[in-house]
Design a protein around this ligand. Structure first.
Ligand code: AMP
Ligand code: MG
Length: 347
């Protein structure tokens, strides 16, 4: 058991964090996407302790974080197509799968021959990576099955006693995890995230999106990104998505909320800022402006965490179009809801 410290990323705290990483310990740190739980990616035992702290299944590989492209040489082969992407989107929320070199332990890649690599843009993440000089394996700093943490407080909720140090860089700007891109064949988005398909297509030409992004895996279907097998981002309550015309959706949310309350359930709605007033008697939770999907991305995990803390049984949510950052939002919302969707005009 650790007495988990939370420190803002001062030069002294960064030095302490860097020392912990070098000695094989875990440190949680902010990135622009969500908080990461870092360990020296070259140290097998340190990597194994990430899986233990998170209760993460061993077959779900980790993302390795770097601060300089000079570090690539020691850890992977770089596909030709990756260079213009790194040039354009690094540092930033894009993870690229690259053929692994032997230096990266199998535990990091869960036995796969590719390693997922990203260069974060958050100043504290950059400073930490530079200070320790190591490639850092870092999945999201939540316990497995919980929404990814977007504040140091949420990391503490999940990791208290399990790790020595959390660096607190305030709330994460993007709020959803990075885009995971496979370049081994036709470029394919395995997990949508902060960099959109449209952003990538502008550099790469046509980009595919893995089939299981907006639906459950089919029986016998192999997940190209192992993380997609798990029911991540799942709050304790039952989430239902409500689709349709704006006015009908607002009416449907009210109806569903009232029905659940009448059934003795603790219910709430997740709605756009524009509908907070109209749904004020339906325990509304703000998921940002309809006009600004980035605000919804920013608030989504925070809202799902709050609903867990409030022990909600039934959660009814509005949806966004699955384009741009909306694809990543609908992937996370869809999975939180086990893809359970109601058409507003069917009620
Ligand atoms: P997290 O660390 O929580 O952001 O999760 C990392 C995500 O990247 C998971 O969905 C993993 O399955 C995926 N990932 C990491 N490495 C690979 C890889 N080599 N091939 C495919 N997916 C990967
Ligand atoms: Mg995660």
């Amino acid at each position: 058991m650790y007495n988990t410290e939370i420190l803002s990323p001062s030069p002294e705290a960064l030095e302490k964090a860097s020392g912990l990483l070098k000695s094989g310990q875990l440190v949680a740190f902010p990135t622009e996407t969500v908080y990461g739980l870092g360990a020296n990616a070259l140290n097998r035992d340190a990597v194994l302790s990430i899986f233990a702290a998170k209760d993460r299944p061993a077959d779900n590989p980790l993302i390795v974080h770097i601060w300089s492209v000079d570090q690539l040489e020691g850890i992977c082969e770089v596909p030709e197509k990756a260079w213009p992407l790194m040039e354009r989107f690094w540092p930033g929320p894009l993870t690229i799968l690259m053929p692994r070199k032997e230096t990266i332990p199998m535990e990091v890649t869960a036995g796969l021959d590719t390693v997922a690599i990203r260069m974060p843009s958050h100043p504290a993440a950059k400073a930490l990576l530079k200070a320790c000089g190591l490639p850092i394996a870092a999945p999201s700093a939540n316990r497995s099955g919980k929404p990814s943490p977007t504040t140091a407080g949420y990391v503490y909720q999940d990791m208290q006693g399990r790790i020595p140090l959390i660096l607190d860089g305030g709330p994460c700007q993007v709020g959803l995890e990075s885009t995971v891109l496979d370049l081994t064949g036709t470029p394919t988005i395995l997990r949508p995230g902060g960099i959109t398909p449209e952003d990538l297509a502008a550099i790469l030409g046509p980009v595919q999106v893995a089939g299981s992004v907006l639906r459950p895996l089919m029986k016998g279907e192999v997940a190209r990104s192992p993380g997609m097998r798990y029911r991540h981002y799942a709050p304790k309550g039952q989430v239902t998505l409500v689709n349709g015309d704006e006015a009908q959706v607002v009416a449907a949310l009210r109806k569903l909320y009232l029905q659940s309350e009448a059934d003795g359930l603790k219910a709430c709605v997740m709605c756009f800022s524009e509908h907070m007033e109209a749904l004020r008697d339906c325990c509304p939770h703000d998921i940002g402006s309809k006009e600004n999907p980035a605000s919804t991305a920013h608030l989504l995990f925070d809202t799902l965490r709050k609903l867990d803390d409030e022990d909600m049984d039934a959660i009814y949510s509005e949806v966004v179009p699955a384009e741009g950052i909306g694809l990543a939002i609908m992937n996370r919302l869809g999975r939180a809801a086990s893809f359970r969707t109601i058409e507003a005009d069917s009620l």
